[in-house]
Design a protein around this ligand. Sequence first.
Ligand code: MN
Length: 293
Amino acid sequence: MQIASFEGGRIGVIQDTFVVDVTDTLGLAGGWPPIGMLQLIAQYDRVQPLLVSPDESCPKKRLAHIRLETPLVWPNKIVAFPANYRAHIDEMRNAGMLVSRRPASGQGFFLKANSSLSGPSDPIILPNLSGREIHHECELAVIIGARGRSIDSAQAMRHVFGYACLLDLVVRGKEERVMRKSFDTFCPLGPYITTVDEVPDPSDIDLHLTVNGEVRQRANTRDLIVNIPEMIAMASSVMTLFPGDIIATGTPEGVGPLREGDKLRISIKGVGSMSLDVVQGKDGDHSVWRQPD
Ligand code: MN
């Protein structure tokens, strides 16, 4: 099943070329804070039959006529794994951009601001930082279903609700990683959530990213250093994972700078794909980016 968000937090199930709006029939929250999708995920056992065969009274709209939004706007957290593909560690080392010499298995994870989330119809807005490179990182997003703490890796997949495409954008440099990765629109997510039942083997998922039609990043989740069950075990050893939490699983080699006018396309087999425009913004400058080393 593909579950999407649109029109200011409406929630719908995709059926062929239509989206069936289940917001009202499921009594999901509209307005602010935008938590309808979190409610749906938390109550999934109860609402799943209603999503498989929605009530006839649910409004139906053509996918082509709506503007898809990020399926998650207000998660409890975005957990992100750095240095989780060997070849990417090598390229960062060669470019002198490695923050730590350790892979994710010995380094752990970081958090990215929730407000950096944007959707499949939103442009990536480059901050106004002259002389700094802003890189794309193509990643599979794991969406948590059932809450849990100290989850054993053998049980971890029971805590997964679904998957989505995710771009982890970053200003390269020596400043705190959270700041470099948390600009608005630095975490495009979408185009919808694909539920676990549609992804038979999460340890064998192809993903790739093109920039202006040219393949820049290509990987398979079998090459992850810390695999999905172990990421869930590691994250939940520190903190409770809640329904709707997002895990950015790390990027393969091929990261590179973005420029105004670029068009990115991220595709993840069995999960989805989305195209994103890159535009130059006016915000972002601050003296913190101009300090000498
Ligand atoms: Mn990343």
